[in-house]
Write a protein that binds this ligand. Structure first.
Ligand SMILES: [Zn+2]
Length: 387
């Protein structure tokens, strides 16, 4: 008996030590920054950046890694202090609940080994989250709400149009107040149960990507095996999301799902982090036809920052992707969708946002266009469509 207790004690100690060491190690490996901060830009670009009224990004997986987002991190790409450093008003924090080993861009099986299971255990999360996708999702939602609570008014969880109006108003006198929204990456998180939509809505989720790296009960992933459109259950989920006022995110969806959603949705759609096929012809990127259809729907397209979305080298290709959407359908449909902390190598962390402004200036963008891309489009989109 005594030996058993000693063995259990040693095991508990090793497990506790692992929760402190393993997640930071994994994160530093999975989310590198190619050029570390600080970043410098021309005087002119800095002046233009400083004149921006509202800066926003549509996709970041910062909640996944167990890092305290209220503290400035020495790893990863986003946290509240770094948002303040670059004057970012609103970030969409998206929840990843399952991800296949290998994260193949071409094809993944839905029963591939799930990388998030060992990470969840290594983070020291409650055993209730170890094998439950919905519990993992609700737990990460609560994590953002808790971080925001800790900020005692210096951060706002944006769940409604009124919250966003409040954020805009308070930032007029105190620009250090930041906003966070909640999204989900992959509706497998609902575990096939429509009632879980109510639970995530209650938790503050306002955007859901229907698929992630593999096919699920709603339909096919861009990186899945079936390439199928929406199933009957998928249609039900989209209708209920429309009813509740949760945005459909088409990132990672099969082209057939993009078509099916655009046919039935009563709300404008989002593509939170993507590239365009005209710049990089990849499975996860939008065709010109889909960019046109999304613009017709009044949707918004966030351009991602990593090489598998835009190609190498990143910054010129990020600008080329933004430019392509502008030239095809108009500047009002394009925004930033970094995919920061999304298991990707990025050219700069969120404090490098001025580099985007310099890049757009060099590519001949007008100041009004730069303002639109850097956040005014997101602000307008949510003011028009959040309830
Ligand atoms: Zn993604």
């Amino acid at each position: 008996m005594k030996k058993l207790l000693i063995a259990l004690g040693i095991f508990a100690l090793i497990y506790f030590a692992a929760t402190l060491i393993v997640p930071p190690y994994i994160e530093s490996q999975r989310n590198p920054v190619k050029s570390p901060p600080p970043y410098s830009v021309s005087e002119e670009a800095k002046a233009t950046y400083d004149r921006l009224g509202f800066i926003s990004d549509l996709h970041c997986d910062g909640l996944l890694w167990g890092r305290d987002l209220t503290k400035k991190g020495s790893r990863g790409h986003v946290d509240f202090p770094r948002m303040r450093e670059s004057n970012v008003a609103l970030e969409m924090f998206t929840i990843v609940s399952k991800s296949p080993a290998g994260q193949n861009m071409q094809s993944n099986s839905s029963d591939a080994f799930d990388n998030i299971t060992p990470l969840t255990i290594a983070k020291g999360e409650s055993p209730a989250n170890w094998f439950s996708l919905i519990n993992r999702t609700l737990s990460q939602s609560k994590q953002l709400a808790d971080f925001i609570d800790e900020e005692e008014g210096k951060a706002i969880l944006v769940k409604s149009k009124a919250d966003l109006q409040n954020l805009i108003e308070v930032r007029k006198t105190n620009p250090s107040i930041i906003g966070g929204m909640l999204g989900i990456e992959g509706a497998h998180a609902l575990e096939g149960d429509l009632e879980n939509l109510d639970r995530v809505y209650e938790a503050g989720v306002r955007m859901i990507g229907l698929t992630h790296f593999f096919d699920n009960k709603l339909g096919g992933s861009a990186h899945g095996q079936s390439q199928a459109g929406l199933t009957d259950f998928g249609r039900e989920v989209v209708r209920k999301m429309n009813d509740l006022g949760i945005f459909v995110d088409l990132a990672h969806c099969s082209p057939a799902i993009v078509d099916d959603v655009l046919e039935i949705t009563t709300m404008p759609v989002m593509v939170s982090h993507t590239g365009v096929r005209a710049v990089l012809d990849s499975k996860r990127n939008l065709s010109d036809l889909h960019i046109r259809k999304i613009a017709e729907n009044g949707g918004i397209i966030g351009i991602a920052f990593f090489d598998e979305a835009v190609g190498v080298p990143e910054l010129p290709n990020i600008i080329a992707s933004i430019k392509h959407v502008r030239d095809l359908v108009g500047i009002e449909y394009v925004a930033l969708g970094s995919d920061y902390d999304g298991s990707v190598a990025v050219p700069f962390d969120i404090t490098g946002f001025p580099l985007l402004v310099e890049g757009m200036m060099n590519a001949g963008f007008r100041e009004a266009e730069i303002r639109a891309v850097m956040g005014e489009n997101v602000k307008r989109f949510f003011l028009q469509n959040l309830r």
